[in-house]
Design a protein around this ligand. Structure first.
Ligand SMILES: [Zn+2]
Length: 176
């Protein structure tokens, strides 16, 4: 007896496991059909999470690496644990989840550049001048595309993306 059939023997009809073990009764077929439909739907809606070859992710990691993006940064941005990133990169891990692959592909040099932290003092000086000119914090926040009216910026370090937004805003309204 195969392990699968041992497991399946304990399962009630109407489960996919029972179907996989060979039962073709109506509840088991229905259960399997439901599973297949969900899988097809998930694949179509881009949330399919099956197993894929790690080759494409590995090539992407190597390219990132060549442009100076290491595995720690990839892990931070993608949310994929560093150990897994390392295994993919070294070729030790040959197959990965589709969702892991998608997360790794989200890390590109543009995302990287924008997520990098920069000093905030210059940005805060621009904000101070905007406030002097009568702009409110809420208005600056709104024009920066923030959902809340609070201008929630850290004092010392902010992302390059935010710094760039403030700079664009500043140069549009504060002609020097
Ligand atoms: Zn059955």
């Amino acid at each position: 007896m195969k392990p699968l059939s041992i497991l399946a023997a304990a399962k009630p009809h109407g489960t996919r496991l029972k179907y996989l073990a060979g039962c073709r009764c109506l509840p088991c077929r229905a259960s399997n059909a439901r599973y297949e439909n969900r899988r097809i739907y998930a694949r179509r809606s881009g949330d399919w999470n099956g197993i894929v070859s790690a080759g494409r992710a590995r090539r992407h990691l190597k390219a990132l690496s060549r442009s100076g993006v290491g595995r720690r940064t990839v892990a931070e941005i993608s949310g994929v644990p560093q150990s897994i990133v390392h295994q993919i990169k070294s070729g030790r891990r040959r197959r990965i989840r589709a969702r892991t692959e998608r997360r790794i592909f989200l890390v590109n040099s543009r995302a990287m550049n924008q997520a990098r932290l920069v000093r905030a003092d210059r940005t805060w000086r621009m904000i101070a001048r905007l406030l002097d000119e009568g702009f409110s914090k809420a208005e600056i926040a709104r024009r920066l595309g923030y959902r809340s009216p609070a201008l929630q910026l850290r004092r010392s370090r902010i992302t390059a993306r935010t710094a760039l937004r403030i700079e664009r805003f500043y140069s549009r309204y504060m002609v020097v």
